[in-house]
Design a protein around this ligand. Structure first.
Ligand code: ASP
Length: 411
């Protein structure tokens, strides 16, 4: 009992298990109970998610500014940024390759679903140049109000650079930011303490509403995605963390568990960000590095989403009786990497971006309707993978920086 009281991951784990059990009971109890779960249990999960969303922008802004200022060198920030982005690109490409391998291995076992009469309206694709332009804010406050994370990151970087360049005159502003950061962190720790209750309240309605579909004709494709998710976490991240970050994979996975479980039940990388930051600190990642790599990762690094997009593309092709060529698979690797970068860290965003992947190889977009009903279940796993990927970067880049500094000091 004492152990449970002390350990947040254990509490979250128990809450998750309880949520599944209660969800299944409600599912068996019939429609009335399922409606009860959706109307009266789910809102408590939503309250918690709202609280996290409210705290995430101030935490991201203040922690990035602190991180940049403590690096005290604009060039250094640039190098860390480039390394992080390169790592994110590589792991995402790896993720999608793993997804495609398993999807091709298992596609013979997929139930071929009826494709006539399907409807799905794809969102208008954003042009690359527009995406580029949209990274830069035209207003100081709007991005914070809308929680447009890339713009928030850019604002924080500029303010951080401003403080460094302003020197002595910028110090009072930095002190104010330091103090604001401490205050927001205290609030965040308070919110995080109630995570287990939130996880329970989010799991019950998901299980109660989605139960039958898991057992239905989509079981095989869901299983494929989950096998690929697990392989990516167990192999790609473990090897990366061990070889590049000099950390034991077991210690890493254990430390990342609370963030994984929370992402799994909330299906929002951005909402999970405060929990991810806490995990990074517990894993010994440097604050100046984690404060930058994690918000960036929650916005652009979506390995789980890339896996899902690859698996879903192959499944949809199979249902339409289309055999994809090797060239088309390579196109999927490229577009799914880009599509996952463009995916917002919010529930269900990966499915919207799937349209782009399908279009790139001429697959019918209305195929998305085949898997739309179980997107929540895909989303739970892919969001979990997404945040573990972000954490692996925080650990690896931290280790790299520490070693580099030690080497420089020894010169
Ligand atoms: N829900 C995912 C996330 O927040 C994005 C997605 O839908 O793939 O990371």
């Amino acid at each position: 009992m004492e152990k449970i009281k002390k350990s947040l991951p254990l509490q979250i784990f128990i809450a998750l298990g309880l949520g599944i059990v209660v969800g299944l009971i409600m599912l068996a109890a019939g429609e009335g109970a399922v409606n009860f779960a959706n109307e009266y249990i789910k809102p408590f999960g939503t309250i918690f998610l709202n609280l996290l969303k409210f705290i995430v922008v101030p935490i991201v802004i203040t922690s990035i500014i602190q991180g940049v200022v403590s690096l005290s060198d604009i060039k250094k920030v640039g190098t860390i940024g480039l390394r992080t982005i390169l790592y994110y690109f590589c792991t995402t490409a790896f993720a999608i390759i793993i997804g495609l391998i398993f999807a091709n291995l298992f596609k013979g076992a997929y139930a071929v679903l009826e494709t006539s009469g399907l409807e799905y309206e794809a969102a208008e694709p954003t042009k690359f140049m527009d995406t580029l332009v949209n990274i830069f804010p035209s207003n100081l406050f709007q991005p914070m109000v809308d929680a447009t994370m890339l713009q928030v990151i850019v604002i924080a970087l500029f303010v951080g650079f401003g403080i460094i360049i302003a020197g002595e005159k910028g110090l009072p502003f930095k002190t104010w930011i330091d103090s604001a950061y401490e205050v927001f962190m205290v609030i965040m720790s308070g919110i995080i303490k109630i995570t287990p209750i939130a996880v329970f309240c989010m799991m019950v309605p998901v299980v109660a509403s989605n139960g039958p579909q898991i057992l239905g004709s989509l079981a095989m494709v869901l299983l494929t995605a989950y096998i690929a998710y697990i392989v990516h976490v167990m192999f790609t991240y473990s090897i990366a963390v061990k070889t590049l970050g000099h950390m034991s994979p077991i210690a890493f996975l254990k430390g990342a568990l609370p963030a994984f479980l929370f992402a799994f039940s909330s299906t929002s990388s951005i909402g999970t960000l405060p929990v991810t930051m806490e995990c990074a600190e517990n894993l010994g990642a440097r604050k100046d590095v984690a404060s930058f790599t994690l918000p960036l990762g929650a916005t652009i690094n979506m390995d789980g989403t890339a896996i899902y997009q690859g698996v879903a593309a192959i499944f949809i092709a199979t249902c339409f009786g289309i055999n994809l060529t090797l060239g088309q698979m390579v196109t999927i690797i490229l577009t799914a990497t880009l599509a996952s970068i463009g995916t917002a860290g919010t529930p269900g965003a990966g499915m919207i971006m799937l349209a782009m992947v399908l279009q790139s190889v001429g697959l019918p977009v209305e195929g998305i309707a085949l898997i739309m009903g179980v997107d929540k279940i895909f989303d739970m796993g892919r969001t979990g993978v997404n945040v573990v990927g972000d954490l692996s970067a925080a650990v690896i880049i931290s280790d790299y920086e520490t070693r580099r500094e030690a080497k420089e000091a020894a010169k």
